[in-house]
Design a binder for this molecule. Structure first.
Ligand SMILES: [Zn+2]
Length: 439
């Protein structure tokens, strides 16, 4: 290797003189068959370098603007791949005969970098809060999503009827593979496919919703670096990447309010118990969801009382309009003076939720208030009918239906619940400014 000319190339293209520690592992990245689609067309230089397996990092440099980008975790810092790309050209590892015309991603990625840079100037918090996921974990997710995408395509071509007929072993097998790739969220969503349909639920509807959610996750993860930070966060959280409390707090999303405790639900899956507490902020008008988990005999903290106000601060998880929170300091106090419900009709609910799906397409359950509605039964199925006489299937068993019908009497209902697909699962009922959780 002609050391002197490489040093001057680094200076010319990257504007720096790397130290010997920067170049210590450089030879690892200087094998010709590791690179593809390399090109040199001043002021641009680009190439794709293979890492483990079939993953390639895309590297691009613009020497006129002295900007550079690499899809590895180092991003806009100097990484070994950028040094190796420049060294490869300086050392005639790549030749001009191999050159392809400049692919569109080169400028796209370099321009994104500029935009990110200017965002950083306006608000340092945005980039500072970008989560660093270990390279090995990202690689594991890449493999997991590649497996899932292939599997979904194969099953779709083969036909879902046979795959979904009980005991649906192939679904369980694929879910286990995803668990091995530590993609717990997608595994859970996939398993949903083989569960029996709830009263009022359509199996085809669930299949289509699940497939589009999972397929979108595969396609989005494949272009993870091009997603905006909020989308990245929602995808990471759906994938099952845990987030520490200090990272949540660092998101600068503290909201202090009087939070109405809307519902407290506990679930048990094997040895894991979880509790979901739903809140609604009286001033912020935001829904918030707190999840806590406990293993085996480990106790869950004392639950909050439904219908009371919890006055204090909460920290929202990163990702635009995320519902999930960590509880900060606060205390449980009085009952609310008046409960101001948000929606009057299903039309409003569905418009709002179509907009939310653009922000986070992986959310399975969306919280909903609805007022002025009534429950009706038709051929053994239940529907929630709004003031416009529009009905939405209610996900509930007969026991719950009878409970609601007994409270319904002559007045209309005000319900809190979750929209799941296009059906509604009521959880709590509001009656004269008190909230009662249905059971
Ligand atoms: Zn790199």
């Amino acid at each position: 290797m002609r050391k002197g000319s490489i040093q001057s190339s680094w200076h010319e293209w990257l504007g720096l003189e790397p130290t010997s520690s920067d170049t210590i592992n450089l030879d690892k990245w200087l094998k010709p068959n590791q690179w593809r689609n390399t090109g040199l067309d001043a002021p641009f230089m680009w190439g794709e370098v293979r890492t483990r397996g079939s993953l390639h990092y895309k590297v691009a440099i613009d020497k006129a603007r002295q900007t550079h980008t690499c899809t590895c975790t180092q991003r806009d810092k100097i990484c070994a791949h950028k040094l190796a790309l420049v060294a490869g050209w300086a050392d005639q590892l790549f030749t001009l005969e191999e050159q392809f015309s400049r692919p569109s991603w080169v400028e796209e990625r370099l321009n994104t970098l500029t935009i990110e840079g200017s965002v950083l100037d306006d608000s340092k918090s945005i980039l500072a809060n970008k989560r660093k996921i270990p390279v090995a974990r990202m690689q594991e997710m890449t493999n997991g999503y590649a497996f899932l995408e292939k599997w979904l395509e194969d099953q779709t071509l083969a036909g879902w009827r046979q795959i979904l007929s009980p005991p649906a072993d192939q679904v369980e097998e694929a879910a286990l593979r995803l668990v091995n790739y530590r993609l717990s969220g997608p595994a859970k969503r996939l398993r949903n496919l083989s569960l029996p349909v709830a009263p009022g639920e359509s199996q085809v509807g669930r299949l289509l919703t699940t497939l589009s959610c999972l397929y979108l996750a595969c396609r989005s993860f494949a272009r993870y670096d091009q997603l905006d930070l909020s989308r990245q966060e929602h995808l990471l959280q759906f994938s099952g990447i845990t987030i520490r409390k200090d990272q949540v707090i660092a998101n600068n999303s503290e909201v202090t309010d009087e939070w109405i405790v809307l519902a407290v639900q506990e679930l048990k899956e094997d040895d894991l118990r979880s509790r979901q507490t739903w809140f609604f902020g009286q001033s912020s008008r935001r829904f918030a969801l707190n999840l806590v988990y406990a293993w085996k005999k480990e106790p869950l903290p004392t639950p909050l009382t439904v219908g009371k106000l919890w006055a204090g601060s909460v920290y929202f998880y990163p990702g635009t309009d995320n519902f999930r929170i960590q509880l900060g300091e606060g205390q449980l106090g009085t009952t609310p003076f008046a409960i101001d419900v948000m929606y009057g009709t299903w039309k409003e609910v569905f418009l709002e939720h179509a907009a939310y799906k653009l922000i986070d397409p992986w959310t399975e359950r969306l919280p909903v208030w609805i007022q002025g509605v009534r429950l009706v039964e038709s051929s053994g199925l239940y529907f929630i009918i709004d003031l416009d006489e529009h009905g939405v299937p209610a996900l509930m068993d007969q026991k719950l239906a009878l409970q609601i019908l007994s409270l319904q009497s002559t007045s209309s209902l005000c319900l809190f619940g979750l929209l799941i697909g296009s059906a509604f699962a009521p959880i709590s009922i509001v009656m004269e400014n008190t909230i009662l959780q249905l059971s």
